[in-house]
Write a protein that binds this ligand. Sequence first.
Ligand SMILES: [Zn+2]
Length: 357
Amino acid sequence: MTKRKAALKGEASAISRGRHEYNCSVCSHTQREQIEQDFINWVSPAVITKRYKMANRASVYRHAHAAGLFPKRIVFSAGGGERLFADILRRYAHKIIIDPGRSGFQVSPHWYVLGGFDYGKANPTAALVATVDDDGIIYILREYYQPGFSPKEHRPWITQLQGFRTATMFADPSIFYANQAQGDGTFKAIATLFAEEGIDNLSPAPENNELLGMERILSHWMNLDQREPTLKIVCPKALQDIAKPTYGIVNGGCPNLLWELRRARREELTPTQLTRKNPTEKIVDKDNHLRDCLKYLVLTLPEPNRKSARMLAAEAVRPLAEQGDLTSALIRYQQKIQELEYGSQPVTLRNHRRRGY
Ligand SMILES: [Zn+2]
């Protein structure tokens, strides 16, 4: 459908919704929300008609269509709980997961190294070390996963994670607030407690929104039939599908990260929640410690489409550069980036249009 047609359809449905409400005995019913919950909960429209003293079943169906209850009923009967990454990780494992043994993959010492860090008291404290190559592809190299330790107890272990000491480790901004009560009546930030143990390379992540983070991870894994993933995870073949977490340091890859990602799912919603919420709203807040590290990492780095613009521009000017015409190559490169990132419109025009001038 074209945008114009979609817009027309949107207008038409807005008009018919108005007309629907005017005529609908469910819309004006004092127990409208219970009726909707019953419908989502697969109570038969015949029973609903009787229970709420309505004229006929047809009005229940008409309302269900108008109020978009059918998809909600399907979400409810599927149990919600849709898994976010399990399917992609199964279908594209050969593209996303790098077996360091078989592939011969090596990290260039020139690539940028960074990390993600997530502190847990009873839950595992987690850390990931990652690197970014010259094309902007992110490789998650190794992990730390350990519950129940204090910062002092973590120190001798976490410092054995290769790359940890020299990389900036991006963490939840909340650990930089002084809210941990100390024995002497003062308060300290978790980040300070780690700094006192010599771990002073933690830095607040620029963004920690959960949905934004999950969407960013997915954006690195879009259209994998046509393109290479821009986010890859190193893990030895034997550890790629562990049944339960294994605590400690894994310098050879990220088995626990894969374990967490496969389990990540949207929340199961009750009929009550479904009448009020967008079903795609929440991600289950569980087994998300390495996943949080990954979130801080990807939200710190640029979006994949920006990188692909750089990559495409570099490809476009390669012939010029190879001929030694570096001035033309540079001009063409900048034009190409402009085209790819902003269309052919100058930047200012686009910004004005956005504000509705
Ligand atoms: Zn209605």
